[in-house]
Design a protein around this ligand. Structure first.
Ligand code: CAA
Length: 285
């Protein structure tokens, strides 16, 4: 059995939240995007508009489809507007206490049968589920960045996730024209379990002076055929997110091979978070 999803809520208007809102609206769902600040919603809607316009310019979407997708997305700073939604995907910052606070505010507002999902890239689905009133209707739906371009979505069940929740999420993600992979509820699941230690190792390679930023990125782009070098990718993901994923791996798997590189820690402490803050391994100012 799968439930019918016709409208979707997204919590967080950052790069992941906007991407999820965009692909959901493009697939025909009505979408409400919630964030605390009106400015973040406005900036998010502008980003979505720009991305859709690029798709029109490259002939991948008609202008009518762009307008219809935009009309299906609305933004709000009032959590009560999420009351009638069938599925809500939390895409807030990768911080467990922030996510717990959101669930505490959101759950009493949602209709009882609504599904709740998290886009967490590393945290335990079972533990996050315990902060909701609906562990059986809760799971991980993990999109990759940039959401409109990346084909993969990881689906992760918590210990209490019901089969109907999983099959509904699977059907929903399939309508977004994404490919699904199923991961068990282990720290950082599959993609980030493999990708982040590689990025962390690239930062160690810089830290130990094995190569410059450019040398490391060129080596991996041309030597391993990666679309972006690992340091450029770290800036793109956000260095704070990279650090928090490494910390989850280090704490959860208790193996020193996951120790975050001290240079990564230092950059985050400096507020050098990559592309979003204007400075990381590269300068974007
Ligand atoms: N948002 C939306 N669309 C974007 C985009 C963005 N941020 N960046 C690029 N695109 C689109 C472009 O519009 C373009 O679309 P068209 O073909 O319709 O014109 C297409 O993507 C290709 O873009 P470009 O030609 O400008 O650039 P590119 O060929 O260098 O590709 C890239 C850009 C797709 C980002 C590519 O560099 C890439 O695949 N990088 C690796 C991305 C990656 O590894 N992501 C996973 C990160 S890990 C993760 O997400 C998990 C986590 O939890 C941390």
């Amino acid at each position: 059995m799968t439930m019918t999803i016709s409208n979707v809520g997204v919590v967080g208007a950052g790069q992941m939240g906007c991407g999820i809102a965009q692909v959901s609206a493009a697939a025909g769902y009505k979408v409400i995007m919630y964030d605390l600040a009106k400015e973040r919603i406005e900036a998010g809607l502008a980003t979505i508009n720009g991305n859709l316009a690029r798709q029109v310019a490259s002939g991948k979407m008609s202008d009518d489809a762009r307008k219809a997708a935009l009309d299906r997305i609305s933004g709000t700073t009032d959590i009560n507007d999420m009351a009638s939604l069938d599925l809500v995907i939390e895409a807030a910052t990768e911080d467990e206490s922030v996510k717990r606070k959101i669930f505490a505010q959101l759950c009493p507002v949602l209709k009882p049968e609504a599904l709740l999902a998290t886009n967490t890239s590393s945290l335990s689905i079972t533990r996050l589920a315990s902060a909701t009133d609906r562990p059986e209707r809760f799971m991980g739906i993990h999109f990759m960045n940039p959401v409109p371009v990346m084909k993969l979505v990881e689906l992760v069940r918590g210990i209490a996730t019901e089969e109907e929740t999983f099959s509904t999420a699977k059907a929903f993600v399939t309508t977004l024209d994404k490919t699904i992979t199923v991961a068990e509820d282990f720290p950082a699941f599959i993609v980030n379990r493999i990708l982040l230690p590689m990025i962390n190792e690239a930062i160690y390679t810089l830290y130990e002076g094995v190569g410059s930023v450019e040398a490391i990125d060129t080596a991996m782009k041309l030597g391993a055929n990666h679309p972006m070098g690992p340091l450029q990718l770290a800036d793109f993901i956000g260095l704070d997110t990279c650090l928090s994923i490494m910390q989850v791996l280090h704490d959860g798997l208790a193996d020193s091979k996951y120790r975050p590189c001290p240079l990564l820690v230092k950059y985050v402490e400096a507020g050098w978070l990559g592309r979003k803050s204007g400075r990381g391994f590269y300068d974007y100012r």
